[in-house]
Design a binder for this molecule. Structure first.
Ligand SMILES: N[C@@H](CCC(=O)N[C@@H](CS)C(=O)NCC(=O)O)C(=O)O
Length: 203
């Protein structure tokens, strides 16, 4: 059995989408981030930085959302390339998400989902402008990925879960191919099972 320690937000959502796509049974443990449940000694024993998500399975602990997705892909051999070139490509996009995309997209997640939920002040326009500038080239390269097929690696994969969880808060007016990809993501049963927009408080 797989246990996931998560919350309502984007990084845990990636893992939830992945588990739904793989059809694996799992137990979801919701931590209340507002009550700092992620910083209890019990959770710090699971995640050294006191964050979510953490995946636990058969005595194995995996923290960092993309590490959890890669681990699931390698363990199941599904929705994840098994050839060397394919794995290289998939890992590259997973690391790009963690190293660059997550930070810029996180500003929009904060502005459009976290701040309204907790009655926090609106994000200053200047901060949104900086995030927009950082995000645009990443949206451009993701658009190029879609030239080879309907999903980021051509066929659907766990890489789509890593990126997809952010897109409900991203303005795609200038990126119609990504808007169409998001609609494909929304039409998948995993998206409905996770009630992504409702979970984020956007619908
Ligand atoms: N790079 C990490 C980011 C984890 C992260 O920042 N998670 C947020 C929720 S989306 C969190 O735990 N926030 C609470 C906190 O930082 O105290 C990942 O991909 O898992």
């Amino acid at each position: 059995m797989i246990d996931v320690y998560g919350a309502w937000s984007s990084n845990p959502m990636k893992v939830r989408l992945g588990l739904e796509e793989l059809g694996l049974p799992y137990r979801w443990h919701d931590l209340d981030l507002g009550k700092r449940e992620q910083r209890t000694p019990e959770h710090l024993a699971r995640h050294p930085r006191g964050k979510v998500p953490v995946l636990m399975a058969d005595g194995v602990r995996v923290f960092e959302s993309n590490a959890a997705l890669v681990w699931l892909g390698e363990r199941t051999g599904r929705l994840w390339p098994t050839d060397s070139a394919g794995r290289g490509e998939a890992l590259s996009w997973m690391f790009t998400e963690a190293a660059a995309f997550q930070e810029a997209a996180g500003t929009f997640f904060w502005a459009r989902a976290v701040a309204p939920r907790f009655g926090r002040p609106p994000t200053p326009d200047a901060e949104l402008a900086v995030a927009t500038k950082k995000l645009r080239p990443l949206l451009d390269v993701l658009t190029q990925r879609l030239e080879d097929g309907p999903y980021l690696l051509g066929d659907f994969s766990l890489v789509d879960c890593a990126y997809g969880a952010w897109f409900p808060v991203i303005d795609l007016t200038d990126h119609p191919a990504l808007a169409a990809w998001l609609e494909r993501m929304r039409s998948r049963p995993s998206w409905a099972a996770c009630a992504v927009e409702r979970t984020y408080g956007l619908a």
